[in-house]
Design a protein around this ligand. Structure first.
Ligand code: ADP
Ligand code: MG
Length: 325
């Protein structure tokens, strides 16, 4: 991991307009509402938040499948909204993705060798022989082998299919791979194998990852830093150790406390987070978490806390943070 900035996301918002009735005021779903974070070369940033908190929208904005309503996303120092077409092509090549559902994201009528090498064809011409050789290399890189070259997606298990998606994602030698719930659908033991594969690829090729999940356990072992999202906002971002040993935001603490432990003597009363997140259309003023926060006071209902940095790379947005001496 180096200190070179790869991706920076600054105050990015994505609002979707809600279908309205005649004369009704236009309302917006504030899916992502002023998000700021960065990724350095070769690191893994985990993004965690419950369903609907805006994680996939963030992923789609970075992958340029959506354009921000506000804010800027820069890759290697350049605003991706202002690139020439050749620069834009280069950035798209450098940011790849692995989605959650390997059933719908892989073409069922294509053989493994064609699936993993398809992205290359946009950028270069390959003979049949060259294509097959590269396919084999890619399959081996992700723990598959020659016997898998001619198989179709339905002939693979869920874990193998995710390996295939990863092989496809690395075919263009990207600097960054966005994994949106990439292991959420897999059994825990298979999840661990895929996470190990991603770590291996990071060690071998210095690839940076944005690793999105709805719970902390999935990102705990793979992330160098973790960002916690709540209702379209980042409420805390910190180094992994710092986050687990001294969470600042009550929501982060609640997420940590809700991780089941296997040791019965360690098991404490699980403090589950009660209630529902606020509506993303008519969010009440103040802190987005105040409706569920056990520590909320008057100011939390009226004034939104800004994300502030406590130490290098560690920030939180809370009026009454925990673990601050
Ligand atoms: P997550 O991945 O954390 O579950 P999403 O980014 O998918 O969250 O969604 C965040 C919010 O934005 C949700 O309320 C979702 O319904 C809404 N949303 C996402 N995409 C669209 C869209 N294309 N149009 C309207 N609303 C959307
Ligand atoms: Mg999602």
């Amino acid at each position: 991991m180096s200190d070179n900035l790869l991706l920076s996301v600054e105050n990015v918002k994505k609002y979707f307009s809600v279908k309205k009735k005649w004369r009704e005021q236009q309302k917006y779903i504030k899916a992502v509402d002023g998000v700021t974070f960065h990724v350095v070369e070769g690191e893994t940033l985990g993004i965690v938040g419950e369903s609907g908190s805006g994680k996939s929208t963030v992923a789609k904005l970075i992958l340029q499948l959506l354009t921000p309503s506000e804010g800027t996303i820069s890759f290697k120092g350049k605003n991706i909204a202002q690139l020439s077409s050749s620069e834009g092509k280069e950035v798209k090549k450098n940011i790849q993705t692995v989605f959650q559902d390997p059933y719908s994201s892989l073409n069922p009528r294509m053989r493994a060798k064609d699936i993993v090498t398809e992205p290359l064809l946009i950028h270069q011409k390959l003979s049949k022989k060259e294509r097959e050789a590269i396919a084999l290399q890619l399959l081996e890189e992700v723990g598959l082998s020659r016997e898998h070259l001619n198989r179709y997606p339905h002939e693979f298990s869920g874990g193998q299919r995710q390996r295939l998606s990863i092989a496809r994602a690395i075919s263009l030698k990207p600097d960054l791979i966005v994994c949106d719930e990439a292991v959420s659908a897999l059994d825990v033991s298979i999840q661990a194998q895929i996470l190990n594969l991603l770590k291996q690829l990071q060690r071998d090729h210095g690839i940076a990852f944005i690793f999105i999940a709805h719970g902390l356990p999935a990102v705990k072992h793979i992330s160098h830093r973790i960002a916690i999202m709540y209702a379209g906002k980042i409420v805390e971002v910190a180094d992994r150790e710092e986050m687990f040993t001294s969470p600042k935001h009550p929501y982060t603490k609640a997420l940590i406390d809700s991780i089941p432990t296997s040791d019965p003597f360690q098991r404490k009363e699980r403090e589950l987070i009660k209630g529902e997140p606020p509506s993303v259309i008519d969010r009440p003023p103040g802190c987005p978490f105040h409706t569920r926060c056990p520590y909320a006071e008057e100011i939390c209902r009226s004034k939104e806390p800004k994300l502030e940095e406590v130490s290098k790379g560690n920030s939180f947005a809370c009026h009454f943070p925990l673990n601050i001496n």
